[in-house]
Design a protein around this ligand. Structure first.
Ligand code: ARG
Length: 588
């Protein structure tokens, strides 16, 4: 066939893993030079994981087993078992500063324990404020996220897209990538015909509130399905709009403005920055783009419609020009992907939508590759997510069966946080209380979403989301406020910190966790999984709380080292919070 298989995901193999010296990068480097000397023909990359049991070491490598079986396959008999291979690797490690001990365990695992000196140096190198030791991938990335539809309200699906997309952009930006945040708003298409027609018939003002527009939309759709006259008038209205008739355009623009203002209130509350570039932006590009695809034989005409045939759509092809000549969602996405790859010239293009659109995007990506737009190694990726369920296990709905409005969801979260704080008792002033509950409410909603594996459906539950003892933003916020409070009371530290050392296992565990941030950032960018930052932050908080339960900080022994750990913890928590789009509270 004419479709070329999509390029491999360059990001999975290339770039930062070789060049960036994250913590794991450092260990790999020492290890790889030892492996390279003896076994380079038998192994491509060494594999390093965290030790499940920290008493064995901090990191573990299982490559000796792999090398041993490769040796066996090749008929080499110099080694009797993987432990012997491991011994040769360990012997070859020349790095004497990174590790305190390297031991061989079990069938041939190599366990690494980092030296305290290395840990502390690395902690210090992070500087006063924590920064990634080097930016991850170089290059640029474009993220299409949020993307609600005009004349409809944003629903929880758009909320997920907004929160996940924003977190991914934050990580890219923090790591120094040029990041373009695009809002592919649904602002064009046949639905506008019936909407304009309905509003004209009923003398509805186009700058009505979105909830009114949505009502119009519903009623217009009903009439469209029942009333043939209305249907043909609506079609006329679309044609007028698509030929840029001044009246139709004016009404269209007013409708868009009303929706836009409504979306903006949500973005303001969630503190989201995004550039609107809706479907209408690409409208004029579509005919030439489709011509190009026809000429390249990538799309074909079938029963008057222009179609993308691929394995995912064995039953019905993806239509990219309707038989009446009209354009649709797919037509727009083809023009958009071409524009992004060839005009924006970014290295990586990411779409954040519910998992239900996965096949649509696969077809678009295949088509783009087949047309040669991925030329030069542009990577196209779909970041899908699962549905949000109500506590009844069904898709989240209001009692009357409507989709839940974002505004009421955020209102309720904030209200419940206010109640919670009041009941718990605080010495915050009324004003501080209202700010705190606003911040707590928003961060709870965001974190409840982000900490899940994005692909699994999750159950929305205020009770669970606001549980102080759970894996929740509440818990994280209280942990951050705790360390912030210690630092407010602390004497100012005298740097340089030559006498830093660990006296206690909890101190060391916390320190090792702190220097893992870079690896977590790299993994998040590779897997496009903000939940990795959540796991990191949650573990950081539990480790800090363990440390604090065991170690007296101010006025205790080892005070300078402990204060230093608190400073690093606070700085790292702040970064993780901000990557997740959450504002950390200084006091609670
Ligand atoms: N407006 C669409 C929806 O609500 C999402 C658009 C996603 N982006 C895209 N380029 N198709 O489902």
């Amino acid at each position: 066939g004419s479709t070329r298989a999509p390029r491999g995901r360059c990001f999975a193999t290339g770039g930062y893993e070789r060049t960036q010296r994250t913590l794991i990068g450092c260990i790999k480097e020492s290890l790889e030079s030892a492996v390279r000397d003896k076994f380079s023909d038998y192994l491509e990359t060494v594999d390093i994981t965290e030790c499940a049991n920290p008493s064995l070491g901090d990191y573990q490598c299982s490559s000796a087993m792999q090398i041993f079986s490769a040796l066996r396959k090749a008929g080499e008999t110099d080694f009797c078992n993987p432990r012997e291979v491991a011994a040769v690797i360990v012997d070859g490690i020349s790095d004497t500063t990174t590790f305190d001990s390297i031991t061989i365990a079990g069938a041939g695992f190599i366990n690494f324990k980092l030296s305290d000196h290395f840990i502390l140096t690395r902690l210090r190198e992070l500087g006063k404020t924590v920064k990634p030791t080097s930016s991850g991938e170089s290059g640029s990335v474009l993220v299409d996220f949020s993307s609600p539809n005009i004349a409809k309200e944003m629903h929880v699906g758009h909320l997920r897209s907004t929160i996940i997309g924003d977190a991914l952009c934050n990580v890219f930006e923090f790591c120094g990538l040029k990041t373009i945040r695009l809002n592919h708003v649904g602002d064009w298409g046949t639905q506008f015909g019936m909407l304009i027609q309905f509003m004209t018939d009923n003398k509805v003002s186009p700058d009505s509130a979105v909830s009114d527009l949505q009502e119009c939309y519903k009623r217009a759709k009903e009439r469209f399905d029942q009333d043939d006259d209305f249907k043909s008038q609506s079609k006329q209205a679309v044609i007028k709009l698509q030929s840029y008739d001044a009246d139709a355009l004016r009404t269209w623009k007013q409708i868009c403005d009303a929706s836009r203002a409504e979306f903006q209130t949500i973005y303001d509350r969630l503190n989201i920055s995004i550039i609107e570039r809706g479907e209408s932006y690409y409208n004029d590009m579509i005919p030439a783009v489709l011509d190009e695809l026809v000429a390249k034989n990538v799309v074909v005409e079938d029963a008057g419609a222009l179609c993308i045939f691929d394995d995912d759509h064995a039953e019905a092809p993806v239509i990219c020009r309707k038989s009446d000549g009209g354009f649709n969602y797919a037509s727009t996405d083809l023009a958009a992907i071409r524009h992004r790859a060839l005009e924006e010239k970014v290295d990586r293009i990411i779409y954040v939508t519910d998992q239900g659109q996965q096949k649509h995007f696969r077809a678009i990506f295949k088509t783009a590759h087949a047309a040669g737009w991925g030329h030069g190694g542009v990577v196209f990726e779909h970041v899908g997510f699962g549905v949000v369920l109500g506590e009844d296990g069904k898709r989240l709905r209001t009692r009357s069966g409507e989709t839940v409005k974002l505004k009421s969801l955020l209102d309720e979260a904030e209200e419940r946080c206010l109640q919670f704080l009041k009941e718990k008792g605080t010495d915050l002033s009324a004003e501080e209380l209202s700010t705190a509950s606003r911040i707590l409410g928003v961060s709870s909603v965001k974190y409840a979403d982000l900490h899940n594996n994005r692909l699994t459906a999750y159950t929305f539950s205020f009770d669970r989301m606001l549980d102080l003892k759970g894996n929740t933003a509440m818990y994280l916020q209280y942990s951050h406020a705790r360390v912030a409070t210690i630092l407010r009371k602390a004497p100012t530290l005298d740097l340089p910190l030559d006498g830093l050392h660990f006296e206690n296992a909890a101190e060391r565990l916390l320190a090792v966790h702190l220097i893992k941030l870079d690896d977590v950032l790299a993994a998040t960018m590779k897997e496009l999984a903000p939940s990795k930052i959540c796991d990191y932050l949650y573990t950081l908080c539990t480790m800090f709380n363990n440390f604090y339960a065991e170690c007296k900080v101010i006025g205790g022994e080892n005070e300078a080292s402990r204060l230093f750990l608190c400073m690093r913890t606070a700085a790292t928590m702040k970064i993780a919070f901000s990557l997740l789009g959450m504002e950390p509270l200084e006091r609670l």
